[in-house]
Design a binder for this molecule. Structure first.
Ligand SMILES: [Zn+2]
Ligand SMILES: [Zn+2]
Length: 565
């Protein structure tokens, strides 16, 4: 047996030992646990993984892995050691795990029930050896005599019956696919999944989990979980490591719920699950869910209203050093930054007809006066919105990365708390609202976050002062969202930067974004350089302007002022 296979079998032997010495279930096998509802009545996870059904499925002292729900959601199969266990949803609720009937006297694992709810694939130590993938089918009173199908391990199947599984090849372990045509499986074909022939970073790719619609595939190697998205030409995109989802602990043996909503995997002898919405942060322009597509289309209605800026579009709108912008899309309103002088800020907010009661989320790019000056007056006009502060905003007196005294900050935090529903500080980039994302911290020393809105035209990037560097922010945005940038707007902090350097930055940005809207602390001279480089794609940003992602080129308009000129 070759390398990857050996690793897995070794793992399995350890597992079965743990089963024998493990603790007993509280409810006897096969009897009702009283758990009702989908997914064993568990509270579904969001973007943070949870242990699946602790005490029932994931138990101390036992090694549980490989989760598989029947397509009707009424059966749940998993491995406890080298025994495939099953839980059933009955009238009284879910039954406690018991050994699946097809185990027989053999050691079996990695069961997967196909979408026809009949074919059950599993690995088995049944003769003949070597260890292979077996198939049993549902009969009137149980399961048919298992039939050996292929050399390999861990079968997974798509909605149309195609089966993907792991095999040992001459150059290491990899994934193959056999298609179901007229009730027969075609010769398995190697999948160029993972790192590609030209980039043999891994020779231990194994445990595939194909999405119901085959739009993506999860797998693992010795370093943890990965995902590859199906590209437009049918090929598999480069593997994206999913390490950040689970943090420090290594994750392995992925599977997908039949509805495509949850990723299950094993780590530290327990089964975990997490919402597949985490993938949106990995690739927002992918084809993972209809929901994600709809969300992006919704973002195309995005309207940006500049509430505070160093220049203004008309005399009725106050111009002052600082920044604030209202984002409206799909019926949601978000406020990014809050100007400098409270009275001036609130005059513009009212003058531009902003309905603060609709603002459910307020995001602060960074804790400088010109971005936070009007925050208390703003929050007083809103109905307890959620407040997103940069991660480095101190939570304790010892918090670093600030340029003000800690006691000032702590006092500020204390004052903010009563006016908001919650304060959120994200270190990592990710979704913070319906189709709106933050870059999180750009690097350890950064104390600023930028806002990202993926649209079908590309990414919209909003910056406060761009203290970490506008190029770094735009590059980070592309990397984080895996989407090209369409429009970058905000302060670029270039007033005292050498014009030659500004030109270099503008030229590089020209290759990274279609439209550009430098304002606030960018500086007049730098703005002129950007205008020269971007020509017609330069958007002149002033307080009182609305920017829409209209048909064709970006359109801007001056907001009519309710108080006259
Ligand atoms: Zn600023
Ligand atoms: Zn600043």
């Amino acid at each position: 047996m070759k390398k990857a296979m050996r690793t897995i079998v070794l793992f399995a032997i350890t597992a079965s030992f743990l089963t024998m010495s493990g603790a007993k279930d509280k409810v006897p096998a096969g009897e009702s646990t009283g758990l009702r509802g989908p997914y064993l009545g568990q509270d579904p996870p969001g973007g943070d993984p949870k242990i699946f059904a602790p005490g029932v499925v994931s138990t101390p002292g036992n090694n549980e892995f490989c989760a598989s729900f029947s397509p009707d959601g009424k059966e749940f199969y998993f491995n406890r050691g080298m025994t495939v266990m099953v839980c059933r949803l009955e009238k009284e609720g879910w039954t406690a795990p018991e050994s699946a009937a097809f185990n027989g006297k053999y050691r079996n694992h990695e069961s997967h029930l196909a979408f026809d709810n009949k074919r059950m694939f599993f690995g088995s130590s049944r003769p003949p050896q070597p260890y292979g993938i077996w198939l049993t089918e549902r009969t009137a009173d149980g399961w048919s005599e298992p039939k050996r199908m292929w050399d390999g391990m861990y079968a997974t199947s798509s909605k149309n019956g195609d089966v993907y599984f792991g095999v040992e090849g001459p150059s290491g372990a990899g994934i193959v696919c056999t298609r179901l045509a007229d009730g027969r499986y075609t010769e398995p074909v190697a999948q160029a999944v993972g790192f590609g022939d030209a980039n043999p970073k891994s020779t231990s790719i194994f445990h595939p989990a194909i999405a119901p619609d085959e739009s993506l595939i999860f797998f693992d190697d010795n370093n943890g979980l990965y995902v590859s998205f199906r590209e437009g030409d049918g090929s598999w995109g480069e593997a994206v490591p999913l390490g950040e989802i689970h943090g420090e602990q290594k994750a392995t043996i992925p599977s997908i719920s039949p509805d495509g909503n949850y990723l299950f995997y094993a780590s530290h002898d327990d089964v975990y699950w997490v919402s597949t919405s985490v993938l949106e942060r990995i690739r927002c322009n992918g084809q993972w869910t209809v929901r994600a597509r709809e969300k992006r289309a919704g973002a195309d209605s995005l309207v940006l209203t500049v509430l505070y800026n160093n220049t203004s579009a008309s005399d009725s709108v106050i111009a002052d050093h600082g920044f604030s912008c209202l984002l409206e899309m799909g019926g949601h309103s978000y406020l990014f930054d809050a100007g400098r002088v409270p009275d001036k800020f609130m005059a513009n907010v009212r003058g531009l007809g902003v309905d603060c009661s609709k603002v459910k989320k307020v995001i602060v790019s960074h804790i400088h006066d010109d971005h936070m000056g009007g925050i208390f007056e703003l929050l007083a006009s809103c109905v307890k919105p959620a407040l997103y502060l940069p991660f480095s905003y101190p939570q304790s007196a010892s918090e670093p990365h600030t340029d003000r005294s800690d006691s000032d900050y702590l006092a500020l935090l204390k004052r903010l708390k009563p006016s908001v529903s919650k304060i959120i500080q994200r270190k990592d980039g990710g979704e913070i609202g319906e189709g709106i994302y933050t870059t999180g911290m750009i690097e350890d020393q950064s104390y600023e976050q930028a806002l990202l809105v993926p649209t079908t035209k590309g990414l919209v990037v909003l910056t406060g002062c761009a203290h970490p560097g506008i190029l770094e922010i735009v590059k980070r945005a592309r990397e984080l969202m895996r989407q090209d940038v369409y429009f970058v707007m905000g302060g670029f902090h270039l007033t005292s930067t050498d014009p030659a350097r500004v030109k270099t930055i503008a030229r590089e940005l020209r290759t990274l974004t279609k439209y550009i809207g430098p304002c606030h602390c960018t500086g007049e001279k730098a703005e002129a350089i950007f205008k020269d480089v971007f020509k017609d794609d330069y958007v002149d940003i002033r307080a009182g302007m609305k920017i829409r992602l209209g048909e064709g080129p970006m359109t801007t308009s001056r907001t009519p002022c309710p108080h006259g000129p």
